[in-house]
Design a protein around this ligand. Structure first.
Ligand code: SAH
Ligand code: SF4
Ligand code: F3S
Length: 456
């Protein structure tokens, strides 16, 4: 732990009551934020508030995946400084991937930040807060211990019906555009017994839709207590078979590790939901190679064919980057062609932005901004059209919908189909938490409309 003395006077200690957490980035950050909140609740009894102005402790859980990440953090911090000017006891912490990457630089630029920490050290937050309250020092905790954090976290709490469990940390793939291997560290899998325990705790606390998280979940492998290696497909069988498991999902997987066992798992495990996010980034072999993705477009097609052989209706989603250095119009058209051939239900598309410290950032960012914009628009238009067509195909089908909440309109409920589509329908709020048959009657861009098939 790096400790910097500040000139600030020791102030009389006020009790800590409230916590505000601002979360950016991927599902792993969302998971980490909920664990930080569990931790601070159990250590200090802190209550979560919705407004930073009401908080005694403000934590930012940051993301550095795309451009402007650092600037966004500093401008948000500017808002918190105004609160701290009025209430000097306020504790401000910056965690997550920007925290890891920037380390002490954050406090050099924003000296009112008390704690900087990374994704692998947030379990030490209670200790750090104690240290700050005792000595009013600035702390930086950005070393990367071998996932010790999971051994120091309290039981997870469940809000609503969805639960998340991180099954592995870090990434060893080093795609040339990506910052994650530098911010999250090396790929490490959690022991299967720990994962099963945490999933069971979530189920017992009411979770009905559980997602296993990691940057590359299908690279998962870890020895169990008997010394046998458990791979990702094995883990899915174990978790999917837990007493009380209703719906199981996972994210994100990498095309390089789409094994036959994994493709078959969707058909073999009744609780594993037919939805897969399988980012491809580009449809051009030249660009895939420059990105160091480790596979060709044909390998991706093979994986999709194998998945659909066993689970024809599986919903597919992906990530795309347009305007990677050297991407020509022909390369980009290969991406459009891949999209047409695969057929996606949903997708995320991004303009390439160089991330400092990554290999691709050394190459010239040579695709002009207006070309990136134009390619992004063409890709988005195609993906929108596809997604809409695939939504239309749901009309007339009957789906088992997990009822999640009331809808926005009076008398409406909102739920999810097994393939992760949102459905609105009329029904009694006491159905929330149950899975009900719903006949789909209309399709929109982002959601469906339906009718309950069982009288409530
Ligand atoms: N582990 C996942 C992706 C994690 S990052 C995988 O391998 O697929 C989420 C997405 O952000 C990536 O899939 C990519 O599409 C996008 N992304 C990452 N770095 C980027 C960059 N430098 N510029 C633009 N988009 C980027
Ligand atoms: Fe980044 Fe590639 Fe790792 Fe995904 S697989 S997190 S894109 S380096
Ligand atoms: Fe962002 Fe870090 Fe996730 S960079 S996408 S929060 S792993």
């Amino acid at each position: 732990m790096l400790v910097t003395e500040t000139t600030e006077k020791k102030s009389k200690l006020k009790s800590l009551d409230t916590l505000f957490i601002k979360t950016y980035g991927c599902a792993m950050n969302v998971y980490d934020s909920s664990r930080m909140s569990d931790l601070m609740q159990s250590a200090y009894g802190l209550r979560i508030v919705d407004e930073p102005a009401d908080a005694d402790v403000i934590l930012m859980n940051t993301c550095s995946i795309r451009e402007n990440a650092e600037n966004k953090v500093y401008s948000e911090l500017g808002r918190y400084k105004k609160i701290k000017d009025k209430r000097p006891d306020l504790i401000i912490g910056v965690g997550g991937c920007v925290g890891q990457q920037e380390g002490e630089r954050i406090q050099q630029r924003a000296p009112y930040v008390d704690i900087v920490f990374g994704p692998q050290t947030y379990h030490r937050l209670p200790e750090m807060v104690k240290e700050i309250r005792r000595n009013r020092v600035n702390l930086t905790e950005t070393d990367m211990p071998e996932i010790e954090k999971f051994d120091h976290l309290p039981k997870p709490k469940v809000e609503g019906l969805t639960g998340y469990v991180t099954i592995m940390e870090g990434c060893d793939k080093f795609c040339t555009f990506c910052i994650v291997p530098y911010t999250r560290g090396a790929e490490i899998s959690r022991p299967p017994e720990d994962i099963l325990k945490e999933c069971q705790q979530l189920i017992d606390a009411g979770a009905k839709d559980i997602s296993l998280l990691g940057q590359n979940v299908n690279a998962y492998h870890c020895e169990n207590e008997d010394g046998e290696t458990v791979g990702f497909a094995d883990l899915l069988h174990l978790v999917g078979g837990l007493e009380g498991m209703e719906r199981l999902r996972f994210s994100t997987s990498h095309p390089m590790e789409m094994t036959t066992e994994l493709c078959e798992a969707f058909a073999e495990i009744p609780t594993l939901m037919p939805y897969l996010h399988l980012p491809v980034q580009s449809g051009s072999d030249v660009i895939l190679k420059a990105m160091h993705r480790g596979h060709k477009r044909d390998d991706y097609f093979k994986a999709i064919d194998e998945l659909r052989l066993h689970t024809p209706d599986i919903a597919l989603s992906s990530d795309f980057i347009v305007g990677f250095p050297g991407e020509t119009e022909e390369d980009f058209e290969m991406t459009l062609d891949l999209v047409r051939k695969v057929g996606y239900d949903s997708a995320f598309s991004f303009k390439y932005s160089p991330r400092p410290g990554t290999p691709a950032a050394k190459a010239e960012d040579d695709v002009p901004e207006h070309v990136k914009d134009e390619r992004l628009q063409r890709l988005l238009a195609l993906l929108r059209e596809q997604s809409r067509e695939r939504m239309e195909k749901q009309v007339g089908k009957t789906s088992q919908v997990l009822v999640e909440s009331k809808g926005k309109n009076e008398g409406d409920l909102q739920g999810r189909t097994p393939d992760f589509r949102i459905v609105h329908f009329k029904g009694n709020p006491r159905l929330i938490g149950q899975t009900m048959p719903v006949k789909i009657t209309a399709a929109y861009n982002m959601s469906l409309r339906g009718e309950l098939l069982i009288e409530d």
